[in-house]
Design a protein around this ligand. Structure first.
Ligand code: NAP
Length: 248
């Protein structure tokens, strides 16, 4: 695949696995991160060591000017984006609604929702045949939480992912005849550092016995689904959501 892949939040977890697999499949890759420069550079180094091409760009996806700078940097160094994975996402410490405050809600919605809309806007501006582009593909990273609601843990996070499901459907239809496909993956419990930010690093192991396959998923298993959705193998698939949740 000769294309330019932007993966938001690619310094670790599902994003890093997607960037690495994308590079293996031949994409020139932009590794975006917000805080952990060293981890992002390590992902890019691994891509380069394997003979691929990668750049690292720090940008908070929830802020318009930073997203504009991210895509301008990609234009200048890798070329026009052909594939976008909106992966960056956060959750906060497990709690009930009584303990949620405005600041927390705005943080979650800014990264998970605004941080998916803004990169998508930049990508559509470049990809749409209506605007002289040559098309492209967008994959959003939702969560099984959008179906399950995450009661007692983080209903705010779950609701933010519900917005991603709806956005995926709406945007896919909006640009379906402009050469752009838009889909989402909905991971279940995947072994990454995100669970530590929820206050329970051991959550995957704790819930494993209750999962249909009795184990959490690996980031690479999600990346495989994302790369399929990015590829021409899924050329007639748009506006849909692929659950990568081990049956959960
Ligand atoms: P993770 O290990 O916590 O990694 C999150 C990544 O997002 C990091 O690269 C982080 O960068 C980046 N990031 C956070 N805020 C950002 C921002 N404002 N701008 C740009 N980058 C930002 O998370 P993960 O588990 O791989 O999750 C990836 C996606 O999958 C998220 O959307 C998450 O909601 C979703 N998901 C995860 C699971 C799961 O069980 N792990 C399940 C369902 C859905 P820094 O390293 O610089 O902080």
């Amino acid at each position: 695949m000769d294309g330019v892949l932007v993966v938001t939040g690619a310094s670790r977890g599902i994003g890093a696995a997607t960037a690495l697999l994308g590079a293996q499949r031949g994409y020139r890759v932009c590794v975006n991160y917000v805080r952990d420069a060293r981890a992002a550079e390590a992902v890019a180094d691994a891509i380069r060591r394997a003979g691929g091409e990668a750049i690292v760009v720090q940008a908070d996806v929830g802020h318009e000017a930073e997203v504009a700078r991210l895509f301008a940097t990609v234009d200048r160094t890798l070329g026009t984006v052909t594939a976008l994975v909106n992966n960056a996402g956060i959750l906060e410490t497990q709690c009930r609604i009584e303990d949620v405050d405005e600041e927390r809600l705005l943080r979650i919605l800014r990264v998970n929702v605004v941080g998916t809309f803004l990169p998508s806007r930049e990508a559509v501006r470049r990809m749409s045949t209506r605007r002289g582009g040559t098309g492209g593909v967008i994959v959003n990273v939702s969560s099984a939480a959008s179906r399950l609601g995450s009661p007692g843990e983080y209903v705010d996070y779950a609701a933010s992912k519900g917005a991603i499901d709806t956005f995926t459907r709406g945007l896919a239809l909006e640009v379906a005849d402009e050469g752009i496909r838009v889909n989402a993956v909905r991971p279940g419990i995947i072994e990454t550092e995100i669970h530590a930010s929820g206050g329970e690093p051991g959550r995957p192991a704790r819930v494993a016995p209750s999962l249909p396959m009795k184990r959490p998923g690996r980031p690479e298993e999600v990346a495989e689904a994302i790369l399929w959705l990015l590829s021409d193998a899924s050329s007639y698939t748009t506006g849909t959501i692929v659950d990568v949740a081990g049956g959960r």
